[in-house]
Design a protein around this ligand. Structure first.
Ligand SMILES: Cc1ncc(COP(=O)(O)O)c(C=O)c1O
Length: 396
């Protein structure tokens, strides 16, 4: 069955008693035992719940993995994966990762729990040089956040296998509709289901999908032991979101292409980052690995005045000024002060995240309306030129 069919079939007919079409919501913390020491297969929802189990089966199926565990947030997924490693293990992580991932890795490193190296994963030689005797994990985020750089997961996985490293891919930005990292050698796929998988900006959730049953078992165990598993209602909402994943992703991408083309031609835009653009630095790698390019675009306002950037961010009507991505509604945000504020200015500079950079998450509204909204906001740059500001930005 194709993915479009599986998103429907796997989330339907899960109730053998009454044949409900919608997946039943087992909103319960615990389950009555049949007899002393004889459970129904479920005893306590932290350890297992039928609604969450259905979501986990669906996610494992969509990614092509052996087993999944659904956890409370994307960060809970990353924390649970990192809890797998022994004290002192070394992690190599993409240098332009999500700010929260960088913050967690640095926190654990400062506590002496792990070692971390942030490396440009486009540079395979730099990755090889970064490997140490205690390196245990290669953490890949592709496309990266917010510059949407795409790395060659197959090549990186091949290298990681030589050194016995576990390859974890954060697939939040594309969803299994557009990328299936197991086909390229990954051992683990991590998601913030908050984003495209749920798709409606009403859940915070995460998931770890494992290539092998053994790893799947390990992460079920860790999520239960750490208490990171997700709740029943959130599982049910993500299941509902998954049903429309393919139609949403097609519309997000259709709109994103049009918006990216528009921004590329705009006189007040100095650079556009979208893997679907032929001009994108890693477009060819993206084309080889992905079945679509997703709905996130970043672009640089042509200015070195912070007021210009603020004007654009304040001037949209359809795009809401908000963090996150992957919902049906379009969002606009400023990585330097919002999604990536937890990175130090130096880390942002090294990762190429300049202060005139704006990230947008493209919704499923009509593309023409989105273009009109951004066009009007960008025309505000001309007006902002006359405003008083001493601030100078790091610009791209
Ligand atoms: C790529 C990526 N991974 C992980 C996360 C963390 O997910 P959550 O906010 O659900 O904890 C985010 C959040 O934006 C993200 O963009």
């Amino acid at each position: 069955m194709q993915l479009e069919t599986r998103t429907i079939v796997k989330t339907t007919h899960t109730d053998s008693e009454y044949g409900s079409i919608g997946t039943p919501l087992y909103q319960t913390s615990n389950f009555r035992f049949r007899d002393v020491g004889v459970s129904t297969g479920y005893d306590y929802t932290r350890s297992g719940n039928p609604t969450r189990d259905t979501l986990e089966e669906v996610l494992a199926d969509l990614e092509g993995g052996a087993r999944a565990v659904a956890v409370s947030t994307g960060m809970a997924a990353i924390s649970t994966v990192l809890a797998h490693f022994d004290t002192g293990a070394h992690v190599i992580c993409t240098h332009d990762c999500y700010g929260g991932t960088a913050r967690l890795l640095k926190l654990l490193a400062a506590q002496g729990k792990i070692e971390v190296s942030f490396v440009d994963l486009e540079d395979i030689h730099a990755v090889r040089l970064a490997v140490k005797p205690n390196t245990a994990c290669l953490w890949i985020e592709t496309p990266s956040n917010p510059l949407l750089r795409v790395v060659d997961v197959a090549e990186l996985s091949k290298l990681a296998k030589v050194y016995g490293l576990l390859v974890a891919v954060d697939n939040t930005f594309l969803s299994p509709f557009n990328f299936q990292p197991f086909k390229f050698g990954a051992d683990l796929v991590v998601h913030s289901t908050t984003k495209w998988l749920n798709g409606h900006s009403d859940v915070i959730g995460g998931a770890i999908i494992s290539r092998t049953p053994e790893l799947g078992e390990r992460f079920q165990y860790l999520a239960n032991a750490l208490g990171t598993t997700t709740g029943c209602f959130d599982s049910w909402l993500v299941l509902r979101g998954v049903k429309t994943l393919s139609v949403r992703m097609r519309q997000h991408e259709h709109n994103a292409h049009k918006v990216a083309e528009f921004l590329s031609q705009h006189p007040n835009v100095s650079k556009v980052y979208y893997p679907g653009l032929v001009s994108h630095s890693t477009h060819l790698t993206a084309k080889q690995q992905f079945t679509g390019f997703g709905g996130v675009i970043s672009f640089c306002v042509k200015t070195d005045d912070v007021e210009d950037v603020k004007h654009v961010l304040r001037s949209t009507n359809i795009f809401s000024l908000a963090e996150s991505l992957g919902g049906v509604e379009s969002l606009i945000e400023h990585p330097a002060t919002m999604s990536h504020a937890s990175m130090t200015a130096e880390h942002r500079r090294e990762a190429g995240i300049s202060e005139n950079l704006i990230r947008i998450s493209i919704g499923i509204e009509h593309a023409d309306d989105l273009i009109e909204d951004l066009g009007r906001a960008l025309s505000a740059v001309q007006r902002a030129k006359h405003s008083v500001s001493e601030a100078r930005l790091t610009t791209c």
